[in-house]
Structures are given as structure tokens and as C-alpha cells.
Design a protein around this ligand. Structure first.
Ligand code: ADP
Ligand code: MG
Length: 259
């Protein structure tokens, strides 16, 4: 009689254990008859190195779900675990360092500090970390320059956001999200303010950075065409989350529909 699970061989095709586990997470805003449940008992696993999309129409609960995953919002019930940390159990002080050290965020509008240059926007997040001093500052400078270079922004490093295009601003935001070497990169509708060609370029760069750096990424989008750059798709409708179909087929169906 087999009483134990057979150990999985550690081949190249063996999926690694999940780095992120969302377990029956619910979020209700408000109380009483005005309460709105934005996410209903959502469960998902994401493995180390995966880049997944979270697809759904406006108001379906996408931002609410990734905000809970990133420790910006506390679930009403359920648990979220990233690596060895149960995010949903952290107190507010622990959440602050969790967000600064484990998670990189890219928002819909780049949300850069307007009076800082592209390079300074990257350095600013490095200054939120515990390590200070000259060695840490030098390392941060090198890391910022490397990221700006990879993102095609070397020539733009000294520009303030106002002097950058929308696509460039979003690329700076990607660099900023990667600056502290996070385990998880959370991206909320990065292409919403961009035209299609620019949007594709930004998502391709994002994918490359996530894969080359061995990060795990979740990208929120309502644009079916963007899912082709991700490994798996989760769909959310009226707060109900489920695993979607094959990303390439889903994106192709959008192209056929003439979107
Ligand atoms: P999406 O990102 O998919 O557009 P959201 O997560 O922003 O969706 O919103 C999901 C639902 O929760 C919507 O009905 C929205 O109105 C509601 N909601 C979002 N944030 C709040 C809030 N702070 N207070 C009350 N309701 C909210
Ligand atoms: Mg949203």
C-alpha cells in the first residue's frame, strides 16, 4: 500500500514548489448593507520564476487581489503566503519592510516622483532599505545604471518624468520595481495608458527582466492581447477567480475578434 506521495524527480521539467500561495482569500469593503465583497474565496498558486497574468474586466477585483498579495491591503479572511512569510499575518511594521524588501510594484500610471530624475527615482527606493552607508549607496548606483541600461533608458537617466514619454515612464517604473531585488513583481495594468505597440514593448521588457532575473511576476490586465507574454492566465469575474486557458490561444482569439 502506498502511504506517501512519490517524491518528484528533480528534472528540468519538474515544476518547482509554489513561492506564492493564495488560499480562499475574501475581501469585503465596508460593513452592513453597504458592504461590497470584491474578492470571493480566491485561491491560486504561483511558482518561482513564473510570470502569470490576472485578466478581468474593470471592477472585477484585480487591484484588490494583487494589493492583498503585495501586503497593501489585509484580507477579510483567508491566507496569503510568499516564501516562508504568511503575509496575511504580518503586523503593519512587518508589512512595511515586507513591501520594501520582497515586493516590487508597477502601477497603471507610473507614479514616479515628479521632481526626481529617472535614475533618482530608482535610487530613492533603494534608500528605503535597511542597508545604508557608502558601500550600499555605491551598489545601488551600479544596480540603477545596469537596470536603466537593460531597459533602454541609459540616455534618459537624467530626465525628470515630465521629459519622458509614457512608455519610458513605465520602463522607469519597471526599473524601480526591480531595484530592491524583490522576490515578487506585481504589475497593475502597465499598458493602460499606452498605445498597443508601446504596450507590447513594455510587457516584453517586463517578461525579459522577470525571466532573466529569476523573479516571479503577476500582471493585472483587462487586455486579452497582453496575456500571450505570460506563462499562465488567471481570470477574475465579479470577484470569482479561476484558472484560464492557454495564453497563446487566448491572445490569438482576441486577434481574430479584431480587438
Ligand atoms: P479592478 O482592479 O478589477 O478594476 P477593484 O479591485 O479596483 O477592481 O474593485 C473591485 C470592486 O471593489 C469594485 O466593485 C469596486 O468598486 C470595489 N472597491 C474597490 N476599492 C474599494 C474601496 N476602497 N472601498 C469600497 N469599494 C471598493
Ligand atoms: Mg484595478
Amino acid at each position: 500500500m502506498i502511504t506517501e506521495a512519490t517524491p518528484q524527480p528533480q528534472g528540468a521539467d519538474t515544476p518547482s514548489a509554489p513561492i506564492l500561495t493564495v488560499d480562499t482569500v475574501t475581501k469585503t469593503y465596508g460593513e452592513g448593507h453597504t458592504a461590497v465583497t470584491a474578492v470571493h474565496e480566491a485561491s491560486m498558486d504561483v511558482r518561482q520564476g513564473e510570470f502569470v497574468s490576472l485578466l478581468g474586466p474593470s471592477g472585477s477585483g484585480k487591484t484588490t487581489l494583487i494589493s492583498m498579495i503585495g501586503g497593501l491591503l489585509t484580507p477579510t479572511s483567508g491566507t496569503i503566503q510568499l516564501g516562508d512569510k504568511v503575509v496575511s499575518d504580518l503586523d503593519s511594521k512587518e508589512l512595511t519592510s515586507f513591501r520594501a524588501e520582497k515586493v516590487g510594484f508597477v502601477f497603471q500610471s507610473a507614479n514616479l516622483v515628479p521632481f526626481l530624475t529617472a535614475r533618482e527615482n530608482l535610487l530613492w527606493v533603494a534608500s528605503l532599505r535597511k542597508e545604508r552607508g557608502r558601500g550600499a549607496r555605491r551598489a545601488a548606483g551600479e544596480r540603477a545604471d545596469q537596470l536603466l541600461d537593460e531597459l533602454g533608458l541609459a540616455e534618459r537617466a537624467g530626465n525628470v518624468p515630465e521629459k519622458l514619454s509614457g512608455g519610458e515612464r513605465q520602463r522607469v517604473a519597471i526599473g524601480r520595481a526591480l531595484m530592491n531585488d524583490p522576490d515578487l513583481v506585481l504589475v497593475d495594468e502597465p499598458t493602460a495608458a499606452l498605445d498597443t505597440a508601446m504596450g507590447r514593448q513594455v510587457v516584453q521588457l517586463l517578461r525579459r527582466e522577470i525571466k532573466d532575473r529569476g523573479k516571479t511576476g503577476i500582471m493585472v490586465t483587462h487586455d486579452l492581447r497582453m496575456v500571450e507574454y505570460t506563462d499562465r492566465v488567471f481570470e477574475i469575474t465579479d470577484g470569482y477567480l479561476e484558472l484560464g486557458g492557454d495564453p497563446a490561444e487566448m491572445a490569438a482569439s482576441a486577434a481574430h475578434a479584431g480587438h
